[in-house]
Design a protein around this ligand. Structure first.
Ligand code: 4AD
Length: 460
C-alpha cells in the first residue's frame, strides 16, 4: 500500500524522496537512452526523466515501453524527486522525477480525435500559424476539450459562483429547495417548452421553477432559493441561448416594495464577484491566457436605473427605443456602453419595465399599470437576470394569464394557492452559464456549459 502523491504537492523539500504519482502522459520525448515524460494531473504538470542505467533499474526495454505510451494515457510513475539543473520553465512543477518504474494504468487511443494543446490555442496562437481546433470539434470531443487550463478554470469559476450564491443567501435566511421539473403545463407561457408524455397525460419539462417557488412562499417558507436545471425549447441559435441551463432562482416575501428584492440582487452579485476575485486568480489567469478579457467593472453599491431613464439615455445618444416595448440585444448593448461611460460600471439593474413585455405573473405598478414592478440585470450589456414582484391576487392573476393566452386550467393548482392566503412576494431568476460567460467576457454560452444542449446538439 504505497500512497500516491499529488503532482501539485511535489516541492523542493521532497528532494531525494521516492514518490508514486498517477497522471496522464501530457507529452513524451523518448530516445533509446533517455526519455522525458511530462505527466499531468488535474492541471498540474511534472517532468519525469527516464535515464537508462543499471543503478536506476532502467533498461533499454523499459525505454521502449515508455516510447510507445500514447498521449493522454494514465500512468503510475515511481521515482525520486530531484531538483533539476535546467528546470522546465512555466507550467510544470519546480522539481522533476528521476524515474525508476512506469506502469500504464489505462491507455488512450494512439490517434486522438482532438489534441488538448490544439483545443487550448488562443486566437493569437492560431493567427500565428499554430494549429487550433474549431468549436464544434471541441464540443464533439468535450471530455478531451474540458482538459484545457482555460476550461478547468471556467468550471472552477462556475463552482465558486454557486458557493457565493449559497453562502450569501443562507446567511440572509433563505432555504434551499427543489421544485419539480415535470409539469402539467408551461410555467412561463409561450411555445418554448419540451412536451412529453407523462403516462398518457400531456406534460412538459419545467421552463423555470417559477410557479412552484411561488407556491413555496404560499407554503410559509418565506425566503427560498434553488439551483436546478431549466429547459427551454429555444429555436434561437445564438451565442447566449441553451436548451438546458442551470437556473439560480430566488423567491421571497416582501413587506412594502419590490426594491427589497433588488436590494438582495444588488448585494448578492458584488459579493459573488468579490469572492471570484479573491479565490480564483489562478483560474482567471488560465482563462485570460486563452481568451483575453478585462476584469469586470462593478460598484460596491449596485446602480439602479428605471427603464424610462434607460430609454432617455438611449434617446440622448440618438438611439430610438419604444418606451412601452422591450430592448433588443443591440439596444441593451448600447445602453450598457452608455452606463459604463456615465457610471463606470458594467453591472447594473434596470427596473420598472413596461407590463406588455413581462410574463403574466408580473405585478403592475400601482401608479401606472402600463409599467410593472419588475427588473432585468445586466453584465457587460447583456441580460443575466430577470425578476419582479408577483401578482398575489388570484382574480387578477387569472385575468392576466388569460390575457397572455394561457390555458388557466393547466395552472389551476398554482392560481388556487393564492386563494388560501399568500403574502406579497417576488423574486428573480439567473442563468448560471450567462453569469460565468459574462464575468469572464467570453463570447459564447457553450463555453460555460459542461455538456451544452442547443437546438442542434444533444450529444455528448
Ligand atoms: O428571463 P427568464 O426567462 O425569467 C424567468 O425564467 C423568470 N421565472 C425569472 C423570475 O424569477 N422572474 O430567465 C431568467 C434568466 C435570464 O435572465 C437568463 O440569464 C437565463 O435565465 N436564461 C437563459 N440562459 C441560457 N439559455 C437560455 N435559453 C436562457 N433563457 C433564459
Amino acid at each position: 500500500g504505497k500512497e500516491w502523491t499529488g503532482v501539485s504537492e511535489l516541492v523542493e523539500d521532497m528532494a531525494g524522496m521516492e514518490v508514486l504519482i498517477r497522471g496522464r502522459v501530457h507529452t513524451s520525448r523518448v530516445s533509446s537512452k533517455l526519455g522525458f515524460l511530462i505527466v499531468r494531473q488535474r492541471g498540474s504538470m511534472v517532468q519525469c526523466v527516464v535515464t537508462e542505467s543499471k543503478e536506476n533499474g532502467v533498461s533499454v526495454g523499459m525505454l521502449r515501453y515508455v516510447k510507445q505510451l500514447s498521449g493522454e494515457s494514465f500512468v503510475d510513475v515511481i521515482g525520486y524527486v530531484v531538483i533539476p539543473k535546467d528546470p522546465v520553465t512555466g507550467t510544470t512543477q519546480q522539481v522533476e522525477i528521476q524515474v525508476r518504474k512506469v506502469y500504464c494504468v489505462n491507455s488512450a487511443l494512439q490517434k486522438l480525435p482532438l489534441i488538448v494543446e490544439d483545443a487550448a490555442r488562443s486566437e493569437a496562437d492560431i493567427q500565428a500559424g499554430k494549429p487550433g481546433a474549431n468549436q464544434d470539434t471541441r464540443l464533439n470531443y468535450r471530455v478531451i476539450d474540458l482538459r484545457t487550463p482555460a476550461n478547468q478554470g471556467i468550471f472552477s469559476i462556475q463552482g465558486w459562483v454557486q458557493i457565493g450564491w449559497r453562502e450569501y443567501l443562507l446567511r440572509k435566511g433563505f432555504l434551499e429547495i427543489h421544485t419539480p421539473k415535470l409539469l402539467g403545463g408551461s410555467s412561463e407561457g409561450g411555445s418554448a417548452v419540451f412536451r412529453l408524455d407523462y403516462k398518457g397525460q400531456p406534460a412538459c419539462l419545467a421552463q423555470s421553477p417559477q410557479l412552484h417557488k411561488q407556491m413555496a412562499i404560499c407554503a410559509d417558507f418565506e425566503r427560498v432559493f434553488e439551483v436546478g436545471a431549466v429547459y427551454r425549447a429555444e429555436d434561437s441559435f445564438t451565442h447566449r441561448h441553451l436548451c438546458e441551463f442551470i437556473g439560480l432562482d430566488v423567491e421571497m416575501a416582501i413587506h412594502k416594495h419590490y426594491s427589497e428584492i433588488m436590494d438582495i440582487v444588488g448585494e448578492l452579485f458584488p459579493f459573488i464577484f468579490n469572492k471570484l476575485n479573491e479565490n480564483c486568480q489562478k483560474e482567471l489567469e488560465a482563462i485570460r491566457k486563452q481568451y483575453p478579457f478585462e476584469p469586470l467593472k462593478f460598484l460596491p453599491k449596485t446602480l439602479k436605473l428605471t427603464f424610462a431613464e434607460g430609454i432617455q439615455m438611449l434617446k440622448e445618444a440618438g438611439v430610438e427605443a419604444d418606451p412601452l416595448g422591450d430592448l433588443n440585444t443591440e439596444t441593451e448593448r448600447k445602453l450598457g456602453l452608455l452606463v459604463l461611460e456615465k457610471y463606470n460600471t458594467e453591472f447594473y439593474i434596470l427596473h420598472r419595465y413596461p407590463s406588455a413585455v413581462r410574463p403574466f405573473y408580473t405585478m403592475p405598478c400601482a401608479d401606472d399599470p402600463n409599467y410593472s414592478n419588475s427588473f432585468d440585470v445586466f453584465i457587460r450589456g447583456e441580460e443575466i437576470i430577470s425578476g419582479a414582484q408577483r401578482v398575489h391576487d388570484p382574480e387578477l392573476l387569472t385575468e392576466q394569464a388569460k390575457r397572455f393566452g394561457i390555458d388557466v386550467e393547466t395552472i389551476k393548482t398554482y392560481i388556487d394557492s393564492f386563494r388560501y392566503g399568500a403574502p406579497p412576494h417576488g423574486g428573480f431568476g439567473v442563468g448560471l452559464e450567462r453569469v460565468v460567460m459574462l464575468f469572464c467576457g467570453l463570447n459564447n454560452i457553450r463555453k460555460t456549459s459542461l455538456f451544452p444542449r442547443d437546438p442542434l446538439r444533444l450529444a455528448p
